[in-house]
Write a protein that binds this ligand. Structure first.
Ligand SMILES: Cc1cc2nc3c(=O)[nH]c(=O)nc-3n(C[C@H](O)[C@H](O)[C@H](O)COP(=O)(O)OP(=O)(O)OC[C@H]3O[C@@H](n4cnc5c(N)ncnc54)[C@H](O)[C@@H]3O)c2cc1C
Ligand code: FES
Length: 260
């Protein structure tokens, strides 16, 4: 059950150019959050405050009663957030949205993330019991690679690509997934990141008949299913309908989503 909370920032750290990790004290989020869920944060004062900003839950520490978010500064809201200091509070609603299906029956899994889409996948890897976990992460360049150690610890194998070849494979992370897919024998792929990337991941999974779950990062308004700003097209029998990414998602089965 999501709650409106005012929580204390324990630590905020600039971990890469324009990317910040915020560790927040919240027994409620730490105890109740599931991988794939997000918090909607009040990032501004005055009229702008009405539109909260959705940020994925990246890691929880249940014994400490804290959770981490990692965000990239994009505009007014995230700029406001990155100026916060340890000891100050953040006004947030959460945990929101549905979550990834991390049923134990999926034993050999892959996660594929791009840019800011990698953060919910770390929470997933830390929570998911599986015999084999492989991570594929794509970044624009070496400077923007974050949480490498955390992903290495949470997975059995970490593959990295950069668009400019400054680290890891030079090219798209989906190239590496495609090369690996036949012999790897994955029974579930989880993905989050830019739409062209997740579209490609869904195609690769589909052509190998592997189940795939996608987390969509749509622009949001209310965050609670009341405004339709976050609408995306999903299949409905032979027809289609609009789903709310904030309430029905952000996680969908790849077979449900209609990419345009
Ligand atoms: C479910 C969900 C989880 C998310 N998790 C994270 C996360 O863990 N870390 C993180 O850095 N970001 C995450 N985002 C994206 C984040 O919400 C946006 O970057 C943020 O709202 C931008 O706000 P702003 O006021 O700084 O920028 P704005 O001034 O609102 O926008 C600046 C730029 O960012 C783009 N933008 C705005 N909203 C989004 C969006 N939802 N997705 C992609 N681009 C957007 C705009 O098109 C514009 O170019 C998530 C989004 C969703 C829907
Ligand atoms: S953000 Fe308002 S309905 Fe989803």
């Amino acid at each position: 059950m999501p709650k409106v909370l005012r929580e204390k920032i324990k630590r905020i750290e600039n971990i890469a150019p324009g990317i910040f990790l915020m560790n927040i004290e919240s027994g409620y989020i730490a105890e109740n959050a599931k991988p794939g869920q997000f918090v909607n944060i009040k990032c501004c004062e005055g009229l702008n405050a009405l539109l909260r900003r959705p940020i994925s839950i990246c890691r929880v520490d249940r014994s400490e009663g804290t959770f981490d978010i990692v965000f990239q500064v994009k505009g007014t809201g995230t700029e406001f957030l990155c100026r916060k200091q340890a000891g100050e509070t953040v006004d947030l609603i959460g945990p929101l949205g549905n979550s990834f299906d991390i049923d134990d029956k999926y034993e050999n899994i892959a996660v594929v993330g791009g840019g800011i889409g990698i953060f919910p996948l770390l929470f997933l890897l830390n929570e998911k019991k599986a015999t084999k976990k492989t991570a594929f992460l794509g970044f624009r360049n070496k400077e923007l690679i974050v949480l490498r150690k955390e992903f290495e610890q949470a997975s059995d194998k970490l593959n990295i690509s950069t668009d400019d070849g400054s680290e890891g494979y030079n090219g798209l992370i989906t190239d590496l997934l495609e090369k690996d897919i036949v012999q790897a024998g994955y029974d579930m792929i989880y993905t989050c990141g830019p739409t062209p990337m997740i579209k490609k991941v869904c195609n690769i999974a589909d052509s190998s008949s592997i189940k795939c779950q996608v987390s969509l990062e749509q622009r949001m308004g209310c965050g609670i299913g009341a405004c339709l700003v976050c609408a995306c097209k999903t299949k409905y029998g032979d027809d289609w309908e609009y789903s709310h990414v904030c309430k029905d998602g952000p996680v969908f089965s790849s077979s449900e989503v209609i990419f345009e």
